[in-house]
Design a protein around this ligand. Structure first.
Ligand code: ARG
Ligand code: ZN
Length: 879
């Protein structure tokens, strides 16, 4: 049941047109599918191959003749019609049951209305079809449903006709003018309302933009609409890419497995990435909406017009589109530090989630070689590391050359289903560059390590930088070849300023992009008249682990002066990490008690200096003061004791809170944002720094700090300040926390996304253990059936509360096994994500490992398990 990339064969038949007719009924939806197919000249196969899953086949007709038993073969999800003619019309009638579809893949109901999710292989749960991305067809869709219950009927493309039918039913006919793979099909039949607007495109055409939501949510659509308009403009201006439809719709649905889906002209979104106003959404929520609305919109070109040949090529569209949405978010801020702060966020995500994935049992290349269940490969590696790979191409070629490569990519491949190689070749060919070695970023898994050694020769006035690269083995890939790595380097003089760089007689400005292609390579800078401090991997120019024996003095110098804000931040992270590791060792050595620990003045003073430096953006200062997370610390250790890490990190937070009290209070006051709430970058930065100050003050809470949090909670006029205050109270274990939580729930119980926050905050609280989570699961607002809700409590506890989850008695793991099994029976995709909380089990202390192994075996031992969960747990046990 493992599928291999090397086994790819072209489709036996192509589909030119598909006409779908839906008679929508939650208990029994009839789907009529009429398609014209023809033999693919590129295939030697003579059978028509269709996929179908969890649907009842009623009739199958070929060129008008009803096929009987002996005319076709069904094996599992594959239906084969042997001896088929060159060209044929297939008519297929099937029945499905949307209301009992808890997988949220295919056609399902949510709050009584109909929605679809077809990527990756959900279309086969709607009708029989060659459900693979390299079969692209023109779709026409007729929807029929009860008019009262489902007044809004939507599908891809243009609305051709609508009207009434007998028995209180009505219909709508939609036509998509572009051919597309089946994974981009969508329909919605629902009771919804919309915010809409006519928007002028660059070429003078006008497009109708709509954001569809349930009735009570019309006061939360402004930001999504604004983000959509910004996205359209940005794609026109930066890439000369236009909206190719007269109508573009976004629909929000409360039950959704992932973030959102780029269905042609009809994007379907998790409500989390559409609904926002200051009362219910935080700054982070607003930023998420802008990014995801952009992401899905940008897919129209990178994903839809040019799509993937097969699912191994997923990063072709996802890596490129994440890169595009990252650039969009950065451009929306505009300032240099603003850009850098978005970049720092990306680095944090990589370290928090992608590096661990690369080092764990599910490690896979950006373009995987095999999978059991494709839904398990919508990963941080395919998405975020994939985006880094695209970014490296831009760094190597330069922005203009990269743009030329994009132009050639669209010129060559518009309306085609292609591979990651095609993208790379377009980039190479447009610029006369050789990107052959660069291909290894697509084929080799694992995070490369770059070791840097430096030497200043005073006599010769040269500075030598030796870079040695290696990459650890990963499952199925014991040996790795050298990567083509762009390493951006600057040299700081004693005064903190960048020195001019000369290599091989070439003047390279103040940041040189060195190309590391060998396993061991040396670069010599000439005319270096003083001992510099190297700033290596500026702007995080490659997704690697950089090792260099920096002294504290050098790091403080970089932290105070580096002109590259990302490396400036990075210096602070290195200073913090070395303390955290040392303290974790001390705590563990003392049997997990915090006794006579000490934080040195060098570090605290460096933090103080940044905190009070008003020449720096508040958003940057907030990032610089944030400590590496517990899981980043764990990643540095061979044997992980989660409690020791937690206690050490808490000690550092409390000590900073106590020793910088005066400065933190001053920043708390200086960064207030009075007046009307606005989610602009400057205000977001101020709130972030202010709320970080509040958190530090309450890490070692005195009366005054608690009172400050309480006052902010009581007086908050926006959700950002409200949750920050509530979280400060909860984490300080304040006596008033329980009351505040109750009041929060009472006020927002009608807002599903806020109730998710309420569960998540408690799931992550240091006082929460398994017993408390079980108690919360009995709350009337809890259900496993809604992915957002299940994630807010169960996943947050298992993946975001190290102390509670890793309880020494193993109770957290028993709970995990129970929930994975329960969820798997409802929704394998959500279950499988939760299953991955155990990925790194081999790194824990022996006692914890033993408990974890037992829990994994318990899940693996289930007779009935989805492919999704089976793949994850068996890989965890095997590697
Ligand atoms: N293409 C979507 C996006 O990145 C993700 C959909 C994935 N869905 C799934 N069931 N695997 O925006
Ligand atoms: Zn995507």
């Amino acid at each position: 049941q493992t599928i291999y990339r090397k086994d790819y064969t072209a489709p036996s038949y192509l589909v030119d047109t598909v006409e779908l007719g839906f008679d929508l009924d939650p208990a029994r939806t009839v789907v009529a599918n009429r398609m014209t197919v023809r033999r693919n000249p590129a295939s030697a196969q003579r059978e028509i191959e269709l996929y179908g899953e969890d649907i009842e086949l009623v009739t199958l007709r070929l060129n008008g003749r009803t096929l009987g038993e002996g005319d076709y073969v069904i094996e599992g999800t594959l239906l084969r019609i042997p001896n088929a003619p060159e060209e044929a019309t297939l008519e297929i009638e099937t029945i499905c049951v949307p209301e009992s579809n808890t997988t949220l893949s295919g056609l399902y109901t949510s709050n009584g209305s109909f929605y679809t999710q077809c990527e990756a292989e959900g279309f086969r749960r709607i009708t029989y079809f060659p459900d693979r991305p390299d079969v692209m067809a023109r779709f026409t869709v007729m929807l029929r449903a009860d008019k009262d219950k489902y007044p809004v009927l939507l599908s891809n493309g243009n609305l051709i006709e609508e009207g009434d039918l007998d028995n209180g039913r009505h219909y709508a006919l939609w036509e998509d003018p572009f051919k597309k793979p089946s994974y981009l099909f969508a329909l919605v039949a629902a009771r919804l309302v919309c915010q809409e607007e006519n928007f002028e495109l660059a070429d003078g055409r006008t497009a109708l933009l709509q954001v569809w939501v349930e009735e009570g949510n019309l006061d939360k659509t402004d930001y999504a609409m604004q983000s959509l308009k910004h996205s359209i403009r940005w794609d026109e201006e930066r890439w000369n890419l236009e909206l190719d439809l007269d109508r573009f719709m976004i629909v929000a649905v409360g039950d959704f497995n992932m973030g959102a889906m780029e269905n042609k002209g009809l994007n379907i979104f998790n409500t989390k990435f559409v609904l926002a106003n200051p009362r219910v959404a935080t700054d982070v929520d607003f930023q998420g909406i802008e990014a995801v609305v952009g992401h899905e919109y940008f897919h129209n070109w990178t994903g839809n017009r040019v799509t993937c040949r097969d699912w191994f090529q997923l990063s072709l569209k996802e890596g490129l589109t994440v890169f595009r949405d990252q650039e969009f978010s950065a451009d929306m801020i505009g300032t240099n530090t603003g850009r850098a702060v978005t970049r720092i966020d990306q680095v944090r995500t990589l370290r928090q989630a992608q590096f661990p994935e690369d080092a764990g049992p599910m490690a896979h290349p950006v373009r995987p070689d095999s999978f059991v269940e494709i839904n398990n490969f919508y990963t941080v590696t395919v998405y975020e590391k994939g985006a880094e790979v695209v970014r490296m191409v831009q760094t190597l070629l330069g922005r203009e050359a990269f743009r030329k490569g994009m132009d050639l990519y669209f010129q060559r491949h518009d309306e085609q289903a292609v591979t990651c190689d095609d993208f790379r070749l377009a980039m190479a060919d447009a610029n006369g560059r050789d990107l052959t070695q660069f291909e290894r970023w697509y084929s080799q898994a694992g995070t490369p390590v770059v070791q840097a050694e430096t030497r200043w020769d005073e006599q010769a006035q040269t500075y030598t930088l030796r870079l040695i690269q290696s990459c650890p083995s990963t499952p199925g890939q014991p040996e790795k070849l050298p990567f083509h790595i762009p390493v951006a380097v600057g040299l700081l003089g004693r005064d903190g300023r960048d020195l001019p760089l000369t290599v091989d007689g070439k003047n390279l400005g103040t940041t040189a992009v060195l190309e590391l292609t060998d396993s061991d390579q040396t670069f010599v800078f000439t005319g270096v008249t003083e001992q510099p401090t190297p700033s290596i991997l500026r702007d995080f120019s490659a997704p690697v682990i950089l090792k260099h024996g920096y002294s504290d003095a050098e790091l403080v110098h970089l932290f105070s002066h580096d002109s590259d804000p990302v490396n400036r931040w990075e210096a602070g992270q290195r200073l913090a990490m070395s303390r955290l590791l040392k303290l974790t060792g001390q705590v563990a050595g003392a049997g997990n008690v915090v006794d006579r620990l000490d934080l040195d003045d060098t570090f605290v003073d460096a933090m103080r200096k940044i905190l009070v430096d008003d020449t720096l953006d508040p958003s940057f200062r907030e990032q610089a003061l944030l400590l590496p997370t517990e899981s980043m610390i764990a990643d540095q250790l061979d044997v992980v004791d989660p409690l020791a890490i937690h206690l050490a990190r808490q000690f550092v937070r409390a000590d900073i809170g106590a020793r910088l009290r005066t400065e933190l209070l001053a920043q708390y006051d200086a960064n207030q944002t009075p007046g009307e709430y606005s989610p602009d970058a400057e205000s977001i930065g101020k709130r972030a720094l202010k709320n970080l100050a509040l958190a530090y003050l309450n890490a070692a809470p005195d009366e005054a700090s608690l009172a400050l949090a309480q006052k902010q909670f009581d007086g908050a006029t926006n959700m950002t300040d409200r949750v920050a205050a509530l979280s400060a109270l909860v984490h300080a274990r304040a006596p008033a926390a329980a009351d505040a939580l109750q009041r929060f729930y009472d006020e927002f119980q009608g807002e599903a996304l806020v109730v998710d926050k309420w569960f998540a905050m408690q799931a992550a609280a240091p006082t929460t253990d398994v017993a408390r989570v079980r108690e919360l699961m009995t709350h009337k607002a809890f259900t496993l059936r809604n992915p957002n809700r299940a994630r807010s409590l169960v996943s947050t506890f298992c993946a975001g509360n190290a102390v509670g989850f890793h309880a020494p008695d193993g109770s957290g793991y028993g709970f995990w096994a129970e929930q994975v099994i329960a969820l798997d029976a409802l929704n394998p995709q959500v279950a499988s994500r939760l299953a991955r909380a155990m990925d790194r089990w081999r790194r824990y202390t022996p006692d914890l490992q033993a408990h974890m192994k037992r829990a994994l075996q318990q899940v693996a031992g289930q007779a009935k398990l989805s492919n999704d969960v089976r793949e994850v747990v068996s890989k965890a046990l095997a590697n």
